[in-house]
Design a protein around this ligand. Sequence first.
Ligand SMILES: C[S@@+](CC[C@H](N)C(=O)[O-])C[C@H]1O[C@@H](n2cnc3c(N)ncnc32)[C@H](O)[C@@H]1O
Length: 250
Amino acid sequence: MTELDLIIDLHRNSEKQGPGSESDTLKALGFLEFPANKELKIIDIGCGSGGQTITLAENLNGQITAVDLFPEFLTELNEKSQKLGLIKKIRTLEKSMDELPFRKGEFDLIWSEGAIYNIGFENGIKKWKDYLKEGGYLAVSEITWITSSRPKEIEEFWNEEYSEIDTAANKIKQLENNGYSLVGYFYLCQDSWIENYYKPMQVRFETFLHRNDYSELARKVISDNQFEIELYQKFKDYYSYGFYIARKNK
Ligand SMILES: C[S@@+](CC[C@H](N)C(=O)[O-])C[C@H]1O[C@@H](n2cnc3c(N)ncnc32)[C@H](O)[C@@H]1O
C-alpha cells in the first residue's frame, strides 16, 4: 500500500474526512436565498463520504452531483444515500475537481467543504465560477487565520503545508476580485475540529494499525496525524476553517 492508500484507509467509515459538522452545513445553508420550490442543480466538490452531501439533500430541493477523486468514498456515500432513501437525489461522480465535465452556467449552487485547497483557493474559485449561473451561490470552507498575527511556529508550519492560508479579509477580497459578492462568513468552532473530526479519527487509530500490520508507513500516517492534532490543540486560537458563502455577480 502506498501512503495515499493508507490515508484513504484511515478516513474510511467516518462521518467527516475533515473538520465540520451538520450544524456548520446548516448554518452556511441559512445564508442562501432561493425561490421556494425551485428545483436546484447542485455540485458538492471533494465530497468525501458525503456527510455534508446528505445534509444538503435533506434540506434542499433538487439534484446533487457529489464529486470526489477517490471511489472508496463515493461507494460509502452511495450506500448511505441508498439507506436514507436519497439515492435519486444524489448522483456520485469520480472526477478530479480541476477537470470537471460540466457546462457553463449549469449550477445554482457549488458546495465544497474542506477540499478546495487541493487545487488552491484562488484557482478553484476562478475555475468553478464558470459552472455557476449568474446569481448562483458558492459555499466553500477553507483554512483561515482567525487573528491578524500568530506565533512563528504555527505560521511556518502552515506556510509550508499550504501557502495560500490567509485571513478572512484577504480571502473575501479574492472572492470580490473574482466576480463574487460575499453573503456570509463564519469560522468553525473548536468542537467541529476536536469532537467531530480528531476524536473519532483517534478512535480509529488502533484498528487502522492492526489492519495494516503496524507497517512503518501506517505508523508514519498515524504519527503525522497525531502531530497535526497536537498542533491544533496548541494553536487552535489562531486558525480554523472559514466558511465563505458568496454569490456570482450578474
Ligand atoms: C478534507 S476532505 C473533505 C471531505 C468532505 N468534504 C468533508 O468535509 O468531510 C477532502 C476531500 O477532497 C478529495 N479530493 C482530494 N483531491 C481531489 C481532487 N483533485 N478532486 C476531487 N476530490 C479530491 C478527497 O478525496 C477528500 O474526500
